[in-house]
Each structure stands twice: as structure tokens, then as C-alpha cells.
Design a protein around this ligand. Structure first.
Ligand SMILES: *Cc1c(COP(=O)(O)O)cnc(C)c1O
Length: 464
């Protein structure tokens, strides 16, 4: 577009009335994971645009996007290549069904994805959200064993504190009581293993001993239930929504060995950890693990459009082949499966990683983040600091010595992020854990600002 007409367009751009929009929001909308009685009373932020690591509200105030718009934005907002991918696909077609038809961007994306996935994953199944990618992984794993004639394998092994999404199936393999307790009567039965959580485990000993201890717990449960388990599902390296709880080194690799030994499938949920967030393209690469099934979503489109994918090995895929009347088909699909706009931008997202050396450029920033977080240890109410690449959890405690948690009604996390917001940074806490998850494309200057404001906000709220 010529510059002159671009200018005319932006000059013509509507001015939004913040007050009116706020009123309509409070009158008509029910927000996710939000206590609406608080929301109705609060000043709310209405985002109008974004650029790079910043979002701008309808009043024109800019905020640093410190949690990548809930962990999905990757390179920043309004990245030219990604914008362009959506625009050019729009000149062709916005959507056509994937049930009985294919489409160009989905084919090109699939080829690219299989190239960058762990070697044994050779097939991709699309959906629209992380929760669905998980649902699909569960149905595939279950059905695989049914086709194999091992009909007793009906249960999933899951970790405490796990989060795999909000649909009934994904909640069934979740383990966060705050979110999941009330739905328990609706959920299917699964088998629980205690997840690693070094800060809150009474375990005394070195790192390696801790890893072994965690693996022993897993093996004990497996021994009791081996013939009824079809798969073990876990978030590799980091349990994100639980508050960025880290697994000790070697845990994932040991899990892979054990699941092989007991012949159960390993499902890795890389919805949060995928696409560079841990410093490598996928978290499982840190321990050279190739799962049987893998789920991705959040970062897949660079944070542009809803798209998710579930990957399977050729062995699993082949178990679903047969005659039409054998009904071995995987009977699952969504109206918007493999939406061409979403697939086009996902492909541009992956190409951008390569073109801009994103992962290489990320390494020094991970180091700066790590060094910057060191100062936080001196704060009186910072109990634990956990970091894996660009995923950070800062656990706030009332008493540092005995690790006493803040009570829910103190809303400590919420108060900290409100302070940060007044200082121009958007964060979202998980209970008493302050989360930092900046876009990979954040600049060093912006990263330092994120650290500075987070530090100030924690100190202001917890130390008065
Ligand atoms: C966010 C998340 C999900 C759910 O993804 P949605 O797109 O929100 O449905 C599943 N698993 C993990 C690990 C996540 O972080």
C-alpha cells in the first residue's frame, strides 16, 4: 500500500470511547477465569492495538506485555512477516473444511512441523486450542490400545498440579484442585502420581537423589496399575499453570525410559513449553526425548490465531488403518480444523524462527533474565524463584523461613500485578506466584524494564 493511502487510513481510524466500551464490557461480557464481581468494580484495561512487546489501550497508554498475551505471543505484536501471511491468505480463502478436503497452507505447515518435531513423530492432527489438542491425544491413546486388543488399558496416569486445559477430558487429567475440585463428579477416573516440587517437598538430599526419588514414586504407581494404564501425560520440564514448577534434571528422560519399560504411551503436553519458550524449540529436546504423542498450541501461530496440533508416531497412526467398515477411523474433528489463515501464519511463524535466528538470539536474553532475577532473592517475601528459559515463576510467601503461603483472600498476586500495571507492565499471576513470560522477541532494554517493574511491584506490595 502506498504511504499516502496508509496515512489516510490511519487518520480515518475510529476513536474509541473508553467509558462507553467499559460499560458495554461490564454489561455484556463474562470473562474467562475472572471473578466478575471484582471485575465489575475495577478499572479495566481495553486493548486497542499492539506493536512489538507493547500493547496500547484505548486511551493511548502503552504497556509492556510481560506474559506474552497469556503465553502465546512469540516474536511480538504486528510482526510484518506474520501480518503478511494472514493478509495474503485472505486474498485466497479464509476457510474451507478439512473433513474430506485439504488446503494449501495446512499441507505446507504440516511438512514443516514434521521436520522440526522429534524424529519419531510423523503425523499431525489439527484442532483449535490446547485443551482440544489434549482431548485428542487422550482419545488417540485410548483408541490405540483398543485397536491393539489391549482392552483393559483405559486409564491415564497424570501428575499432581498438572494443567492440561479446561474441557472435561483435559480437566480429568489435570491436578489443580483450585480449578478442578468442583468438577470431580463429572470427570473420568485417572491415576495420580506426585509431581516433583522441590521447594515444597520435605525431601533432603542432592539433585540426583531427588530425581531418583521422584522416579521411584512413578514406578511404584506403575507397578500397581500397569495393565490398566494406556498413557502417561505430562508437561515436560515445567508445570506451567501450577506456578512454573520445575522438574529436576533427568526426570523427563527417566520418565521416557520407564514408560517404554512398562509399555505405556508417553503424551507430552508442550502447549506452554513449545516454540522456544524454554530456550529450545521444544522442551523435550533438552533431554533428547521423543514422546509417542505430543500436543502444541499457544505459540504455534506466534500468538496470532487459534490453532493447535497433536502429533503421533507412525506406529500409532497405523493402528487406526483398516477397511472403512472396520470403523477404526479416528472419529474426531472440528468445524475449523486446520483453518487456512491460522495455518498460513503458523508457517510464517516457524520460518521467522529460522530467518531471524530467534533461538540463537534468545540465549543471551535468558542469561540476562537469570542474572536479573538473582536480586529478587533479597526481597523479604520471595520464597522461591524458578526459571526455565523464558518461563519464570516467583513464589511469594508470607513467611520465608517456614514457607508459609499467603492466604487466598490476601490476593497478593493480584495486588502485585495491579501495581505493575500502574507502572506500565501487564502481568498475570497464578495464585501467589508472579509469572514472567515475555515474548521471545523482547529487546534487552524492555527485558530490564520488565525486571525492574516486577521487582518494584513485589517490594511495594509485600514490604509496604
Ligand atoms: C494453556 C495450556 C493448555 C490449554 O490450552 P488452551 O489453548 O487454553 O485450551 C493445555 N496445556 C498446557 C500445558 C497449557 O499451558
Amino acid at each position: 500500500m502506498p504511504v499516502a493511502s496508509q496515512k489516510r487510513q490511519s487518520a480515518k481510524r475510529e476513536k474509541f470511547d473508553q467509558k462507553l466500551l467499559t460499560n458495554w464490557d461490564k454489561q455484556f461480557i463474562w470473562h474467562p477465569f475472572t471473578q466478575m464481581s471484582d471485575w465489575e468494580k475495577e478499572d479495566i484495561l481495553v486493548i486497542e492495538s499492539g506493536k512489538g512487546s507493547y500493547l496500547k489501550d484505548v486511551n493511548g497508554k502503552r504497556y509492556l506485555d510481560g506474559v506474552s498475551s497469556l503465553w502465546c505471543n512469540v516474536h511480538g505484536h504486528r510482526i510484518k512477516d506474520l501480518d503478511q501471511a494472514v493478509k495474503s491468505q485472505l486474498t485466497r480463502v479464509a476457510h474451507s473444511t478439512f473433513l474430506g478436503l485439504s488446503n494449501v497452507p495446512a499441507i505446507l505447515l504440516s511438512k514443516k512441523l514434521i521436520e522440526i518435531m522429534p524424529e519419531e513423530l510423523t503425523r499431525v492432527f489439527y484442532s483449535d486450542s490446547g485443551s482440544e489438542a489434549v482431548e485428542i491425544s487422550l482419545k488417540i491413546a485410548y483408541q490405540y490400545w483398543q485397536h491393539k486388543g489391549e482392552k483393559t488399558r483405559k486409564k491415564f496416569l497424570r501428575l499432581t498440579n498438572a494443567y492440561h486445559g479446561d474441557t472435561i477430558g483435559s480437566v480429568s487429567v489435570g491436578g489443580m484442585d483450585l480449578f478442578h475440585e468442583i468438577y470431580k463428579p463429572l470427570l473420568f477416573d485417572s491415576v495420580e502420581v506426585k509431581a516433583p516440587y522441590r521447594y515444597r517437598d520435605a525431601f533432603i538430599g542432592g539433585e540426583e537423589e531427588y530425581t531418583n526419588d521422584c522416579i521411584e514414586r512413578l514406578e511404584n504407581v506403575l507397578n500397581q496399575h500397569k495393565n490398566e494404564i494406556c498413557a502417561f501425560i505430562m508437561e515436560p520440564l515445567v508445570q506451567g499453570a501450577a506456578g512454573m514448577i520445575l522438574q529436576p534434571p533427568g526426570y523427563l528422560a527417566a520418565v521416557r525410559q520407564i514408560t517404554k519399560k512398562y509399555d505405556i504411551l508417553l503424551i507430552l503436553d508442550e502447549v506452554a513449553t513449545g516454540f522456544g519458550r524454554t530456550g529450545k524449540m521444544f522442551a523435550c529436546e533438552h533431554e533428547s526425548v521423543s514422546p509417542d504423542i505430543m500436543c502444541v498450541a499457544k505459540g504455534l501461530t506466534g500468538g496470532y490465531l487459534p490453532l493447535a496440533a497433536t502429533f503421533a508416531t507412525e506406529e500409532i497412526y497405523r493402528a487406526f488403518l483398516g477397511k472403512y467398515e472396520d470403523a477404526k477411523t479416528f472419529f474426531h474433528g472440528h468445524t475449523y480444523t486446520a483453518n487456512p489463515l491460522a495455518c498460513a501464519v503458523a508457517l510464517a511463524n516457524i520460518e521467522y524462527f529460522e530467518k531471524e535466528n530467534v533461538l540463537q538470539n534468545l540465549q543471551p536474553k535468558i542469561k540476562i533474565l537469570c542474572e536479573g532475577l538473582e536480586n529478587f532473592r533479597e526481597l523479604k517475601h520471595v520464597g522461591d524463584i524458578r526459571q526455565c528459559g523464558f518461563m519464570v515463576g516467583i513464589e511469594l510467601v508470607k513467611g520465608k523461613k517456614d514457607k508459609t503461603p499467603y492466604e487466598m483472600k490476601e490476593k497478593i498476586g493480584i495486588r502485585v500485578i495491579q501495581k505493575a500495571r500502574s507502572l506500565g507492565v501487564i502481568l498475570r499471576p497464578l495464585g501467589n506466584v508472579i509469572i514472567l513470560m515475555p515474548p521471545l522477541g523482547i529487546t534487552v532494554v524492555e527485558l530490564r524494564k520488565l525486571l525492574r517493574v516486577t521487582y518494584q511491584s513485589i517490594r511495594f506490595v509485600t514490604e509496604g
